[in-house]
Write a protein that binds this ligand. Sequence first.
Ligand SMILES: *[C@@H]1O[C@H](CO)[C@@H](O)[C@H](O)[C@H]1NC(C)=O
Ligand SMILES: *[C@@H]1O[C@H](CO)[C@@H](O)[C@H](O)[C@H]1NC(C)=O
Ligand SMILES: *[C@@H]1O[C@H](CO)[C@@H](O)[C@H](O)[C@H]1NC(C)=O
Ligand SMILES: *[C@@H]1O[C@H](CO)[C@@H](O)[C@H](O)[C@H]1NC(C)=O
Ligand SMILES: *[C@@H]1O[C@H](CO)[C@@H](O)[C@H](O)[C@H]1NC(C)=O
Length: 391
Amino acid sequence: MILLHRHNFPQFTTMEKMAIICFASIPNGILVLLALTIFQEVQGIGVNYGTLGNNLPPPSQVAKFLLHSTTINQVRIFDANPEILHAFANTGIEITITIPNDQIPNITNLTLAQQWIKTNVQPFIPSTNIIRILVGNEVLSTANKLLISTLVPAMQTLHIALMTSSLDNLIKVSTPHSLGILSNSSPPSSGRFRQGYDTHILKPMLRFLKDANSPFMVNPYPFFACSSSNLDYVLFRANSGFFDDNTKLLYTNMFDAQLDAVYSAMKILGFEDVEIVISETGWPSMGDSTQIGTDTKSASDYNGNLIRHVTSGVGTPLMPNRTFDTYIFALFDENLKFGPLCERNFGLFHPNMTLVYDVPIMRNNVVVTNNHSKALLLIMIALSFLIGSWA
Ligand SMILES: *[C@@H]1O[C@H](CO)[C@@H](O)[C@H](O)[C@H]1NC(C)=O
Ligand SMILES: *[C@@H]1O[C@H](CO)[C@@H](O)[C@H](O)[C@H]1NC(C)=O
Ligand SMILES: *[C@@H]1O[C@H](CO)[C@@H](O)[C@H](O)[C@H]1NC(C)=O
Ligand SMILES: *[C@@H]1O[C@H](CO)[C@@H](O)[C@H](O)[C@H]1NC(C)=O
Ligand SMILES: *[C@@H]1O[C@H](CO)[C@@H](O)[C@H](O)[C@H]1NC(C)=O
């Protein structure tokens, strides 16, 4: 009756779990119903924790805030910042760390890969729950031949380095891609990887990911494809949808269409069974006036609907019933980012850790009821013993 998401939630201690089980064994429907209202399922979501701001709170505060006040249970960082890794110790929050692009050629050397793990991973585990190491970010979009040609070898070498430390079952190796890896994405069933990258890079990469039981990671941003004519479709609002003539499937949002284009491209290479993780997606709450949808209402709709969609278990038209670990970009507005105004306004939170706009990511009920529920549980258990001793 207590449905917990498959990721660990640290808010229940063993004692509490035992209490819940005792509680559930009370042959009283009313008590069980009461329990259900106290312990609602908390479905987790991931965030990208970027730090390109000069006004951001210290990692220790961020970690406490995420754990106690939000439903965020997965965090990706763009480096292996030791202060952040230390801050998330004993939170249970799943952490994904990144090897910066410029270090990829070095990681093809097993000695250097092992050194990297020794310096950036070993000191923090197991108290910090590091689940993944990403080799670079959007490497295929850099057009850097050295980085692109060393990417898969670096992933393989890093995996071997993890094996030599018996960490390969705990920590998975992957790398995120922009949707620029697709040469065709519409209709979704015709999704294809760019020629050249498809057989030379992505096929061996998918083979590696499949063998290592690691996910394929993509950064879909419907925001960058939105216009005044498709805004409802892009924001998961009511709309007439888009029909894929090849599959006879109806798409009611662009996010699904983009994911299914990726799926179709993977399938052509024979790897449609590799897990897909959304390493980034998001929406800015502010931008230049010429940019469509750069307002808090649109950001609230996109991220709110996204969270509901990816945690619902409905999947996509080509991947029904599948769930996708999803990391929203980003945790904070980052005032030191370059580019147009919107780049500095992708955050869910202001630096003072208040929400920029309404989004279903706060642990309101659970935080408020947590201590009450503990007290209530104790009373219920005491009662059940009393009733038991009368019988
Ligand atoms: C690559 O490794 C060498 C040591 O072998 C080091 O001097 C160099 O700084 C490393 N490069 C990067 C980008 O980390
Ligand atoms: C790997 O790196 C180590 C340390 O920098 C170096 O001694 C060794 O020669 C490198 N191996 C190869 C094959 O480049
Ligand atoms: C998805 O779930 C629905 C409802 O439980 C079920 O009817 C359907 O067969 C499932 N589809 C797949 C492909 O598993
Ligand atoms: C938090 O920061 C935002 C943006 O600067 C501001 O509008 C809001 O009033 C602040 N809230 C609190 C409680 O300080
Ligand atoms: C719940 O109780 C703990 C101490 O047992 C306390 O640290 C925490 O702040 C309380 N939480 C709330 C929301 O009152």
